[in-house]
Write a protein that binds this ligand. Structure first.
Ligand code: ADP
Ligand code: ZN
Length: 521
């Protein structure tokens, strides 16, 4: 009770807010009670005060471990301007500055100290801490400790020693990105002792999600941003080169954009970021290097011009939209070509464990893009959260339910061919056969003589591929094979062949009358 009043007073006095956000109060109470705590809260949810308020209320010095050296100064400046005794130690400081900070800490006046993980592990820092009363350790971006997190940092691995060296000091781990697996892994690796675990909802109801085919995407994009006159937006691309060229093209078109990527000098990056934040330019075209720690309220659209590598990244990037609570449209241009490109990069990774993790994550991203159920549901489901409603009202799937059609005959055409070649060929080959291809490969197998050859003339090849993929997704067809993915039949396939019904998304080019002719099977 009394503690509650103090907590509110501290919130009001140092931060000027009158109410806590959901979970903040409970988290702060636990930390004040010296409980280890794990906090999973989306960016912008208000994680910082969950350790800053306890730091102010407890005796001693709170240590905040953060990997973001570039943001430490801003964070500390913000606290200092609120009248909080805070400082940081990292490699950007001169010897002199380190000495000054050290002295202030030993004087006992400092309340919050930000350090990079590698700095914390240094002997000099540990020696320093042995002279001070540490109130708590806050590990920001705690997912960096897990190899399953999307930015694993080896120097985080050693944070587990804190609980051994300071068993009585509470450790609070905080992150905005963690799947259930990363969460468990992080708690384990941080050595948290029967921690309180807080998971805030990741649903950002003011963001809408849409996938567009990456076909004529440039024209489509131009059209879209023409309709956004004056609104702020971010366009993410996967490479520096495409950032530069897209930004230039858009500017030639008369839009005001600036590029942002790690290849630009620090000062240029800073300048472009500032001009975007100040609404000096409407649009920033960026690689994923853009956005860490940026809190621009009025971003009205976030476009992924290329496919993101994983859902964690995608969620973070789209999460930079609509910070003011107003609507923001998140549009992703999806193509399989992008998928193969990323897959190619993954295949070049030297460590098998890293390749495997990246592959699983990329798969999650593809499932999201190809989903025929609510995108928000898929997104939240990835983070272990269940969306109760069946219609979120804010994604393309829910807003524009797809037109499905009775595809039973088409499905039988495809399945019969899989059967006829004894389940020994992949999707493209099967589609080539039914499309009547006379390619060398088809002829060399004498597949131009199959009954199925040319039976699929009601649809184009790409339409057949779309239908085949959807059948795989819906479980009407299996993909097997160790070296090459081969199509094979399962129980559901047999039911269809025996006369069962299948409904599939209507291929974009197909109209009612185009029912493919089916030869007897
Ligand atoms: P996170 O670290 O989770 O991304 P921050 O701690 O940076 O989020 O908080 C995001 C924004 O919300 C900040 O501007 C912060 O001052 C504000 N904020 C945090 N808690 C409250 C609160 N109880 N009431 C109003 N604003 C808050
Ligand atoms: Zn939806």
């Amino acid at each position: 009770m009394i503690i509650g009043i103090y907590m509110h007073r501290t919130l009001q006095k140092y931060f000027g807010y009158s109410e806590f956000r959901p979970l903040q109060e409970d988290i702060i109470s636990d930390v004040l009670n010296k409980k280890d705590t794990f906090v999973l809260m989306p960016t912008g949810g208000g994680k910082s005060i969950c350790y800053q308020i306890p730091a102010l209320m407890m005796d001693g010095l709170a240590i905040v471990v953060s990997p973001l050296i570039s943001l430490m100064k801003d964070q500390v400046d913000g606290l200092v301007s609120n009248g909080i005794a805070a400082a940081y130690l990292n490699s950007t400081l001169s010897y002199r500055e380190v000495q000054e900070t050290t002295r202030a800490i030993l004087d006992g006046h400092m309340k919050i100290l930000y350090v990079a993980p590698e700095r914390l592990c240094m002997k000099s820092t540990m020696d320093l801490l042995s002279y001070v009363n540490v109130s708590l350790f806050a590990i920001d971006e705690a997912h960096c400790i897990s190899q399953w997190g999307h930015d694993f940092r080896p120097e985080y691995r050693r944070m587990g020693f804190l609980k051994e060296k300071f068993p009585d000091v509470p450790v609070i781990g905080l992150t905005a990105t963690a799947t259930p697996k990363v969460k468990d892994d992080t708690i384990k690796l941080l050595n948290l002792k029967s921690p309180s675990v807080y998971v805030a909802s990741f649903n950002r109801s003011n963001l809408s999600y849409e996938i567009r085919p990456k076909k004529d995407s440039y024209g489509n994009l131009v059209n879209y941003i023409q309709g956004q006159a004056g609104n702020s937006g971010i366009i993410y691309c996967n490479s520096r080169k495409s950032v530069e060229s897209l930004s230039r093209k858009l500017n030639n078109e008369g839009f005001h954009t600036l590029p942002y990527h790690a290849g630009l000098s620090d000062s240029k990056r800073h300048e472009h970021q500032e001009r975007f934040i100040r609404d000096d330019v409407d649009i920033i075209v960026a690689t994923v290097a853009f956005g860490m720690g940026i809190d621009k309220p009025n971003v009205r659209f976030v476009i992924h011009y290329d496919l993101p590598k994983n859902i964690e990244g995608y969620y973070q990037e789209t999460g930079r939209g609509g910070r003011d609570g107003l609507e923001c449209e998140c549009i992703l241009y999806f193509s399989r070509g992008d998928w193969y490109k990323i897959k190619y990069f993954i295949d070049q990774m030297s460590k098998k464990s890293e390749r495997d993790i990246a592959t699983v994550k990329l798969r999650g991203m593809i499932d999201y893009c190809e989903s025929t159920t609510c995108r928000r549901k898929v997104l939240l489901g990835y983070f272990g959260e269940k969306l109760e409603s069946d219609n979120c009202g804010g994604c393309d799937v829910c807003l524009k339910p797809r037109d499905t059609f009775d595809a039973s005959d088409a499905a039988r055409t495809l399945l019969s061919c899989v059967d006829e070649v004894n389940e020994r060929f992949g999707m493209t080959h099967i589609v080539d056969i039914i499309s009547g291809s006379m390619a060398k490969k088809i002829k060399s197998y004498k597949h131009d003589r199959l009954k199925s050859h040319g039976t699929g003339d009601g649809y184009s090849k790409s339409e057949w591929l779309d239908m085949a993929r959807e059948m795989v997704r819906l479980g009407y067809l299996d993909v097997k094979g160790a070296r090459y993915p081969l199509l094979s039949l399962n129980k559901k396939s047999r039911e269809i062949l025996a006369g069962g019904e299948v409904y599939l998304t209507r291929p974009s080019g197909a109209v009612d009358v185009k029912t493919p002719k089916v030869r007897n099977t």
